[in-house]
Each structure stands twice: as C-alpha cells, then as structure tokens.
Design a protein around this ligand. Structure first.
Ligand code: SF4
Ligand code: SF4
Length: 439
C-alpha cells in the first residue's frame, strides 16, 4: 500500500508508548466544574444560566453569540455557583460558569439511544444538528464545525478528509478513539455524507498506528452506502495541520491565504466525528472529551474521558499525582501546546493533552548561524529566521510582507533550530502586533 506525506516537516520522537495501549477511562465525577464560555475560535458564547440556576446533563448553559460561535451545555446535574473571570491556558481572559455538581445524580445519568432515519437527513438537518450540539474542531483548532460545513453559495464541498493523524508527540486520545469508537466514527461519516454527497471521503492515518488503520478499514468495508478510502500516511510532523493533511491525502494544495473550503475540501478530526455521532444517535451534546495525561512527571499516564470544566488538578489526582522534578507543564502537545504557569485551569473542548515533562530543556539561545534549517523544514515555505528577526527589530510591516500570517505556529522551525532561537514566540508576537494594530 503506498504511503503518502507532505513536503518538508520534522520527525520529533513520538513518546506515545506510555498511553498508546491505555484504553480510555472515565474520570470520577468532579464535585465542581469550571466551564469557560470561550472554548472555540470566534465570539464567546453568552451565558443563559446564572447564579443559583439548576442544570441537568445536556442543558444549554451558553448560547452561541452569532454565526461564528458555539453553544455550551452542562455535562452534569448541579447548580450554578457563580460566574467568574479567569485566564484561559493561552492567556486570554474568559468568563467561567462554576457548577456545584450533584455527584450522585450525575453518576446515575445515562444517555438514551434514539432512532435516526439517516435517509431523512438533508444538509440543513445535518448542519443544524452539529450547531445545536456545540461541536467544534477537536484537534486543537476549535473552529465551530457548523461554520466549516456551511460553504458560501459559490463554493461546493466535494471532498471530506478525516484527520486521524495525531502527529503531536505524547498524544494518543485520537488513536484510542479510532480503536474504541470505530463504529461511531463510521456512523458519523454516513451522517455527513447524507448532507453533502461527497465525491471522495479520505481517512488519513499515520502508519505508526497499524491497529487503527486495520480497525477503520474493517469498519469502513462494512458499509455499502458511504465509500470511505483509508489513506496510510508517513509519520511526520505537522501532518495533522489541515493544509498538510489535504496535500498528503489527495495532493491538492490550498493556496496561501485561502481556506480548504475554497478548493472544495473540509477536514474533520476523529473526535469531532464522535461528537457528531453522540448528538444524532444519543442526543448528547459536546459535554466531555478524552484527554491524554502523560509525560515522565505523572505517575500513571492515562487517556481520560472528563466532563468539560473538570479542573486539571482532578486529572492529576486521577493519574496518581506528580512524580519527579517536573520542569514544564503543557496544555496540548509539546509542539503546539501552551506552557502553564499553574494547574488552575480546566478541561475545554480543545483540550487534547496535559503533559508533565521532566526533561524539558532550559537552554539559552545563541546567535543565528544562518544554517537554513528552519527554512528547510517550514511546511508553509516561510523564512522563519527573517520573520523572527523582523519581529525582534519591530519591523512588523516587513514581516507581514513575508507572509507572516501564513505561519500556523506548528513549531517545526524552533524544533530544528540548533541555536535554540525562540522563533515561534517571536513570530506569534509579530502576528499579535499586526492583528491588534490592524497593520
Ligand atoms: S514559520 Fe510557522 S509554519 Fe513555518 S515552521 Fe515555523 S511555526 Fe511552522
Ligand atoms: S535554524 Fe536557527 S540558526 Fe539556523 S538559520 Fe534558522 S534561525 Fe538561524
């Protein structure tokens, strides 16, 4: 079977061995949830519940504020304690709805399966369902999924690409979903196919997950009404990025500054598919997610399914606590994740990992030796050394002219740089400056 990939990129050690074979386990129901109203790209959702209000599992607690926004639902029985302002892991402030959980009632709750006539679903019903369930891109981007599936009248989606790549080191939650929720994944693809009648459905999985390739291939072969092509991919970072995955899976290039939609392609992460199946067949909105807790600094590395809003400290307790000399805690993966100053955060729709690293290098940077490695690995064909130098010198317009905004902060350049220059930090700083000052 030919194995494809994209151009450039890097090969970091994958460190997946501690959790790749760990089946997903449910966390104990937390006593308190802290649920941010802003868990997606776009406008924060608007709270529709306030202090003292009772909530039940699946009940709307925040409504979408406009088209590019996403609903938020309660995962539990409980009562709203208060609404507080706190930072998100990336630093932005957000309102959080704190819910005191009725643990006993929540433990006893079961979602009820409902009959779905797939043939009765049209595009509007599919997109409306995705919106109602508050589904966002679960691979990390957190873009509201109903927006992705709403092409402008001039565009038509002909290809669905499923992202089963999970190229970030340490993370294995998507891998486990492909093994444990395979039937649901295929059901979700059938739902989407009812709405869009895709010409091609390509399921990209990296070749370091042969068991997932086999499981998905077997499940896909069992459906006759939805043709799904499994595309094994070479192991390379950042293959899970949309533009890289589209090129790797079917050879199409998304032009700079354009969206996949503009070339007729939509990419959906495997977790996003599970969330779609949960809504259509179980009436369950996006109220929990699987997160990989790993790294040498955690006693028992695990894949945990946790309600949205679960404090990170509860995840640590569920993994036996912290061990050794932890030098860095990261929300997400080590390449694109965010270093945390404290554990005072909670699980959101975009939480894919919580890593406790004992080996994180604290290395001083040295001057650029103009080796060109950062240019060689950049999958967007940018010049990271120049972008960082312009950012450092305050020459933001010059950086913008070198396609600064095409950088999606994958971290490959910083990973490859022998001088350990904080290329992504400088580029991110320049992007923020350009955005805030509307340059
Ligand atoms: S410049 Fe941006 S897109 Fe290119 S390698 Fe660096 S972080 Fe990735
Ligand atoms: S990889 Fe680092 S040292 Fe080499 S050219 Fe790029 S910034 Fe300079």
């Amino acid at each position: 079977m030919p194995v494809r990939t994209f151009k450039k990129g890097v090969h970091p050690h994958d460190h997946k061995e501690r959790t790749a074979s760990s089946a997903v386990e449910d966390t104990p129901v937390p006593a308190l949830l802290r649920i941010p109203v802003s868990q997606h790209l776009g406008k924060p959702a608007l709270p529709v519940k306030g202090r003292g209000d009772e909530v039940v599992p699946g009940e709307l607690i925040c409504d979408a504020d406009g088209f590019v926004s996403a609903r938020v639902h309660s995962p539990v029985y409980g009562k709203v304690k208060r609404i507080v302002q706190q930072p998100l892991p990336a630093g932005r402030m957000s309102d959080y709805i704190e819910i005191e959980v009725n643990v006993e009632e929540t433990q006893a709750h079961e979602w009820q399966r409902r009959d779905v006539d797939l043939d009765a679903l049209d595009r509007k019903a599919v997109v409306d369902g995705i919106r109602d369930a508050g589904v966002v891109g679960m691979g990390g981007a957190t873009f509201p999924t109903h927006v992705k599936f709403s092409p402008p009248p001039t565009a038509e989606i002909d290809t669905l690409v499923i992202n089963g790549v999970e190229c970030e080191p340490y993370l294995t939650c998507d891998h486990r979903l492909m093994l444990e929720r395979t039937t649901e994944l295929v059901e979700a693809i059938r739902i989407l196919h009812r709405g869009f009648s895709f010409k091609r459905i390509l399921f990209g999985i990296e070749s370091n997950k042969p068991d997932a390739i086999e499981a998905v291939s077997t499940a896909a072969a069992g459906v006759s009404d939805t043709p799904i092509e499994i595309v094994p991919l070479k192991v390379k970072y950042p293959q899970g990025a949309e533009k890289m995955l589209i090129y790797a899976a079917n050879g199409r290039t998304v032009p700079a500054g354009k969206l996949p939609l503009e070339i007729g392609v939509v990419v959906a992460n495997v977790f996003t598919l599970v969330a779609i199946e949960d809504w259509f067949f179980w009436g369950k909105p996006l109220v929990d997610r699987v997160i990989t807790v790993s790294g040498d600094g955690i006693k028992e590395a695990r894949n945990l399914r946790a309600p949205i809003g679960t404090p990170f400290s509860d995840l640590v307790d569920g993994c036996g606590g912290i061990v050794g000399d932890v030098t860095k805690v990261i929300a997400g993966g080590p390449m694109m994740g965010v270093a945390l100053p404290t554990l005072d955060y909670s699980v959101t729709k975009g939480s894919s990992g919580l890593l406790f690293l004992t080996n994180a290098e604290v290395v001083d940077e040295s001057p650029c030796i103009r080796c060109g490695r950062c240019v060689d690995v950049c999958p967007m064909n940018l010049m990271p050394l120049k972008l960082a130098a312009y950012a450092r010198a305050g020459k933001f317009l010059e950086a913008r002219a070198l396609h600064l905004n095409d950088c999606f902060e994958c971290g490959s350049c910083a990973y490859a740089c022998p001088a350990r220059i904080k290329l992504v930090a400088w580029i991110r700083y320049a992007k923020n400056y350009v955005r805030v000052h509307k340059l």
